[in-house]
Design a protein around this ligand. Sequence first.
Ligand code: NAD
Length: 244
Amino acid sequence: MRFRGKTALITGASRGIGAATAISFAQEGALVGINYLRSEREAREVLKRIEKEGGEGILLKADVSSEREIRYAADTLSEVGGGIDILVANAGIYQRKKVDEITAEMWRRTLEVNLTGAFLSAMAALPHMRSGAMVFVSSQLAFRGTPHGMDYAASKAGILGLVKSLALELAPEIRVNAVSPGYIDTDILSGDTPEKRRRREEEVPLKRIGRPEEVASAILYLASDDASYITGVCLDVNGGLYIH
Ligand code: NAD
């Protein structure tokens, strides 16, 4: 129960890594703000699971790329929880476009959700945080690049600059870190054929795709007092896929 009495805002928590993170925080005693964009039914399922296990959460509908909406979500959570202790900026999109397919509009939308959304989430949570931790979800593609998603790789690399700068600026009260997942079994990989999935598993030194709960446990570690002397880092959660 590392987070008893704490309040955590998790963006993009209706499914995948965000849902696993919200459930894990609730299991360790936090009141969780479950942010979602459109998938209210899935977000309700996450809340139901949390409440069934005796945890506490509230649903917060907001597009992270809208300053007004994410601010309202953070204000609402803070009112219920008496402040915010933890922000997990997880919401993200991956449009998987090649250089000859991507439009300026697609580029802008990826940057708006993945990078500006992370910035706006931090700015929305910050007035409610006297101390605590922020964890941002980047990607291994921030380091490696990708042949189908320069917008995505650029947005995730941008998050690392945001994290390092916030870590310097918000110390000593607030620690700011990132995780960079490798291949994780969520909707982002749902377009894979069985063959593609086998190739991915083969490529990873630990010989399997990661589970959302395995990213959640790295996020909880960075947000917890166990990481009390860690700020400004990016923790790879990738089964050894990219060692640097
Ligand atoms: P996912 O598609 O299952 O989840 C993404 C979540 O973000 C969803 O809940 C979605 O509703 C939400 N979201 C999207 N746009 C939003 C917006 N504008 N406002 C609010 N919420 C929004 O995918 P996931 O794999 O769970 O992704 C979570 C994070 O992990 C993303 O930032 C993603 O880039 C990152 N990531 C995933 C992988 C992977 O292999 N799955 C690898 C590296 C990084």
